[in-house]
Design a protein around this ligand. Structure first.
Ligand SMILES: [Zn+2]
Length: 289
């Protein structure tokens, strides 16, 4: 039995929320549910290696009209014989394809070769897409607001500011109309030249500066698009927007708003706390649209 030798074709990067597909394989899971592999899908899966954006809400509708709810949707890998729902291999590993696993209940009627339709909850998707675009924009705004705190030149972001986000990010969670990003303010960040002293006292100023950049950029209503080098699940994709006359490209596998105008009133709140004795800067981003 051969599951598939090809990455799933993914349609969500271009904003699609429904598509026709063919069932390639139905894998029974230990918990009684099943993982359905399709040739193509518009359902965004969560990627365990960087689980910032969670799975879409969706159903798979069979040609007889029976709808199976997608209970979970994740990035999996197969060598043609086994399906790894928590892949130990990396994309590009010879002999392995990366596939979108749609987890459905045990009683879902689906078999290899079935023609089906994937229907994604477009309202929930839109909320996540706005949250994800707001998250990228807020990270660029935070980089700009913190740029004076660097004594060395680390990697720069697409706007030429020290890339605090890249150097310090610990976790990023995309929410409906928002995001929560947590940044480690540890010794390694200090060694790279970031000045932590006095940040607590200046936090409100940094927050206000971040929000001012956000307001300025959102007011331009610049379009956002996803540049992709192919349609396969592991083909590289980038979030692209023009800000301050510069074209900014951020590697990203998620879904996004089509324009910064969709972000409405987007603001961040910055707070400091600690986790395992390491100071953490948390940025909570919210869009009111
Ligand atoms: Zn992203």
């Amino acid at each position: 039995m051969t599951l598939t030798a090809h990455d799933t074709v993914v349609l969500y990067p271009s904003g699609e929320t429904r598509n026709q597909a063919t069932v390639l394989h139905v894998e029974p899971l230990a918990d009684g549910r099943a993982a359905v592999l399709l040739d193509r899908t518009s359902c965004h899966p969560v990627d365990a290696t960087w689980p910032d954006q969670g799975p879409d809400h969706a159903t798979i509708v069979g040609s007889n009209g029976a709808a199976a709810e997608v209970r979970d949707c994740l990035v999996a890998a197969t060598d043609g014989t086994v399906l790894e729902l928590e892949p130990q291999v990396r994309p590009g590993e010879p002999g392995w394809a990366f596939v979108v696993a749609h987890v459905v209940d045990a009683d879902a009627e689906m078999s290899d070769g079935d023609d089906v339709e994937v229907v994604v909850d477009a309202t929930y998707r839109r909320a996540l897409s706005i949250g994800h675009t707001a998250c990228h924009l807020a990270s660029l705004a935070l980089n700009a607001a913190l740029s004076a705190r660097w004594t060395k030149r680390p990697r720069l972001d697409g706007l030429g500011n020290a890339d605090f986000d890249k150097e310090a990010i610990e976790t990023s969670r995309i929410l409906e109309f928002g995001a929560i990003d947590r940044f480690r303010l540890n010794k390694s960040l200090r060694r790279k030249g970031f000045v932590i002293d006095g940040l607590a006292e200046e936090l409100e100023l940094v927050q206000n500066a971040t929000n001012a950049f956000l307001q300025e950029w959102i007011a331009t209503g610049t379009p956002v698009h996803i540049h992709h080098e192919g349609d396969g699940l592991t083909d590289r994709r980038y979030w692209v927007a023009t800000l301050n006359g510069e074209t900014v490209r951020i590697p990203c596998g998620g879904t996004h708003a089509a324009s910064l105008a969709d972000l409405g009133d987007t603001r961040v709140e910055l707070t400091l706390d600690t986790a395992d004795a390491t100071p953490i800067l948390q940025m909570t981003t919210r869009s009111t649209v």
